[in-house]
Design a protein around this ligand. Structure first.
Ligand code: ADP
Ligand code: MG
Length: 735
């Protein structure tokens, strides 16, 4: 036993004093390792083979798969075929007809260029090629292993083009085969790949089926219309919910930076996950930043249809695409990627907003001027019936509704206020007019929301926008200010006012498209209002009597009940018939507001909203929501600073006001006086930690994408420049 000790790394290190010898790997080993990289799964082999067929100018490509591709992959095309004299080196590594010198890569148009795909397949599977070239009476068939022909090519009957068969893929890679056992999964991937190829290469017909199956799972026919092709491959439900999209960028010399055209889904398309079919210079690729950027726009515009279908074809000058960054060419690196992503994101955003406008902004007040300056003219194009000005269908509707003609007509007549408190008849009149138009599937537009959005856009400070988009969050400097770095500058930014503005802007953008937070216990408005009024009293140090407060609460409850329908439909603030608040909107995913602030919010709705004027009304409601959802410091004092002493008191204190008010409140149980309120402290710690997490992971990412910082923020203390790193560096350098 003393000679054969157990192996340990230490023992080996001690035993081997010399460095290990370096030797040359056998070529077959090198090739197999490399092949494993190019052909990662059956679907990678299919992709390479189909790309070869496309490069051979095929107009028809048929794929047959057995056992998810592990048993058999067969790709047949009607392309130009392979010359007899090339067959001996066809499957050697680095043999290609598509590239001669490195510089050719700059302008390469073909899919392939490495001359590695077929070779790789012969190292990890058995490859048989049957091919015929134009003008020949018969074709040839030959099998390959490890890069070389197994025997001389045999003459055989053949139809135009090439058929390549790969059998027993990964027969010599046990581990790989094992991990790929789930063959149905790979077949799905293959079908998915061919579907994508099919909708891009509309001039080629594709089919894909399982070996022995009569029916093809993908079957496209060559067509001149992309939409037709999407319909054939992805079905009517997808094709009928797409809008066309274009974007491009030219630089000064009028040469183009990029051009993009595509189709993206509208708000009726609801799916569990995003489908993004992206081609860059005709290559099927993935681009995670672009996908994410588009998804974000959807999440903001159509929260209920936030997983879109996207087909995009981007064309760039070939010298701007580095196709050689990924062994399977799945990813490409683009010059100006950031700019391209940003441009496309804006184009999608604009398109969705337009389609959203024409679909949702139906609530044009009858009396408002049709020539509003901010009325987006495109809406009118999208709405060829011109229903905004066209009253005919509504008139028709009145006539045909024999049961209650007046009931229909009243939508266009100003009704009298019901009570002295609720003196805002316009909206309810408009509301019912909207209902009816919507029933007729008509569209109009609601300019006031668009005006508010335009106001925001107009007041946007471009310098701050740049800071918000590109800053890094360093941490919270105190309860309100976050420390940010942008280039070489440090800023303090007031998270309360920033989050307030962000929420306000998001409410405008998501108008009428909110997901809901359901309150587990619907809260009676009257109680919420009383709470808020009492709180206000404490702040003001002037207490009105409770009777008066009850009166105010009651009136406000009535008022809000009357506005309930509008609040629910546009803002997802639901008040049930008994006057309970039961639902709130999700303004930002993964974020719920501090529910302790509901009373204040409800009071604000009751007191601060001018229900008469549509624009002011929407603005005030959005502002009230903004204030409610803003990331205020939690009501419990911050236990990590001086606030800690608050938790040494016996009595649970709600907020710093209480601390001032009861500074020496010893109460009866004097012996507990100095003990820490553990539960309360834990609660406070959780609340503060949660807030900081939300600020970093929810607020800042969302601000980067959505916030348009206002001009006023540059001067009102929202942003304060604290230091320039260059100067700090100089100071420290001197130390
Ligand atoms: P690459 O596509 O990078 O050139 P491959 O190993 O995929 O390398 O293919 C090697 C060569 O075989 C190609 O350059 C092409 O000339 C030829 N070839 C492969 N598949 C076909 C096909 N289906 N039809 C015609 N020629 C083909
Ligand atoms: Mg190839």
């Amino acid at each position: 036993m003393d000679t054969e000790e157990a192996w340990t790394p230490e023992a080996e290190a001690a035993a081997v004093k010399e460095p290990p010898k370096i030797h040359r790997l056998e070529e077959s080993v090198v090739n197999r390792i490399a092949a494993g990289e190019v052909i990662q799964r059956p679907v990678s082999a299919v992709k390479e083979l189909v790309e070869n067929s496309l490069d051979a100018n095929a107009t028809s490509i048929n794929v047959v798969v057995k056992d998810g591709g592990l048993k058999l992959i067969q790709v047949s095309d009607d392309g130009h075929g392979i010359r007899y004299e090339d067959l001996p080196i066809l499957c050697e590594r680095h043999t290609t007809s598509k590239l001669s010198k490195y510089e050719d890569l700059q302008s390469i148009k073909s899919m392939g260029f490495r001359g590695e795909a077929l070779a790789s397949m012969t190292y990890v599977g058995h490859v048989t090629v049957t091919t015929i070239t134009k003008g020949h009476l018969h074709g040839y068939r030959v099998s390959y292993r490890d890069g070389v022909m197994e025997s001389e090519p045999k003459a055989c009957a053949a139809v135009k083009g090439t058929q390549i068969m790969v059998e027993n893929l990964f027969y010599n890679m046990i581990a790989r085969r094992k991990t790929l056992q789930n063959s149905s999964d790979d077949y799905t991937k293959i079908v998915d790949l061919l579907s994508r190829m099919a909708i891009h290469h509309t001039n080629v017909s594709f089919s894909c089926r399982k070996h022995g199956a009569a029916r093809a799972d993908v079957h496209s026919i060559a067509t001149s219309s992309r939409l037709d092709s999407i319909r054939t491959v992805y079905g009517v439900s997808v094709a009928s919910n797409l809008v066309q999209l274009e974007a491009s960028e030219y630089n000064d010399s009028s040469s183009f930076v990029f051009k993009m055209d595509g189709y993206v889904s509208n708000s009726n398309y609801v799916a569990k996950k995003t489908t993004m079919v992206l081609f860059v210079n005709d290559r099927l690729v993935e681009c995670a930043p672009l996908k994410r950027a588009v998804e974000i726009v959807y999440a903001a515009t159509f929260p209920k249809a936030s997983k879109p279908f996207i087909y995009m074809s981007i064309v760039l000058p070939p010298e701007h695409v580095d196709v050689n960054v990924h062994p399977t060419k799945r990813e490409v690196s683009l010059l100006n990627q950031e700019l391209i992503v940003e441009k496309i994101q804006s184009a999608v955003e604009l398109k969705l907003r337009q389609s959203n406008d024409s679909r949702t902004y139906k609530e044009q007040t009858v009396e408002s001027s049709p020539s509003s300056p901010y009325n987006p003219s495109k809406d009118l194009h999208l709405n060829p019936s011109g229903s905004k000005l066209q009253k005919v269908p509504v008139n028709k509707m009145v006539r045909t509704d024999s049961s209650d003609p007046a009931g229909r007509l009243h939508a266009y007549v100003q009704s009298k206020p019901h009570t002295s408190v609720a003196s805002g008849p316009n909206l309810s009149a408009v509301r019912s007019s909207v209902r009816q138009r919507r029933n007729l599937n008509e569209t109009a537009d609601l300019t006031s929301i668009q005006e508010l959005i335009d106001d925001v856009d107009r007041n946007c400070h471009s310098g701050l926008l740049d800071i918000v988009r590109h800053c890094s969050f360093i941490g919270m400097a105190d309860d309100v200010y976050a420390l940010l770095q942008h280039n070489t500058h440090m800023y303090l930014a007031n998270v309360v006012s920033l989050s307030k503005e962000l929420m306000y802007q998001l409410v405008l953008r998501r108008f009428a498209h909110f997901n809901a937070i359901q309150l587990s216990d619907p809260a009676p408005l009257s109680e919420l209002l009383m709470l808020a009024l009492k709180e206000e009293d404490l702040d003001m140090e002037n207490s009105e009597n409770d009777d008066l407060k009850e009166k105010i609460a009651e009136m406000n409850t009535e008022l809000l009940k009357q506005k309930a329908e509008m609040l629910e439909e546009y803002f997802c603030v639901k008040i049930d018939t008994r006057g309970n608040l039961s639902r709130l909107p999700i303004i930002l995913d993964q974020y719920t507001p501090d529910m302790d602030r509901i009373p204040e919010f409800v009071l604000c709705l009751g007191n601060d909203v001018d229900w008469e004027d549509e624009k002011c009304c929407f603005q005030a409601i959005a502002a009230a929501l903004g204030n409610f959802y803003a990331m205020h410091p939690p009501l419990l004092p911050n236990p990590s600073g001086e606030g800690l002493q608050c938790y040494k008191k016996r009595k649970p204190l709600k907020n710093p006001v209480d601390i001032e008010r009861y500074p020496n409140d010893a109460g009866d149980n004097v012996e507990n006086e100095d003990e820490i309120e553990h539960q309360l402290l834990a609660e406070a710690e959780a609340a503060w930690a949660q807030r900081e997490w939300s600020i970093q992971h929810v607020l800042f990412p969302a601000m980067r994408l959505f916030l348009k910082p206002l001009n006023s923020m540059a001067t009102n203390g929202t942003f304060v420049k604290v230091a320039s790193l260059e100067k700090l560096y100089k100071i420290f350098e001197r130390c």
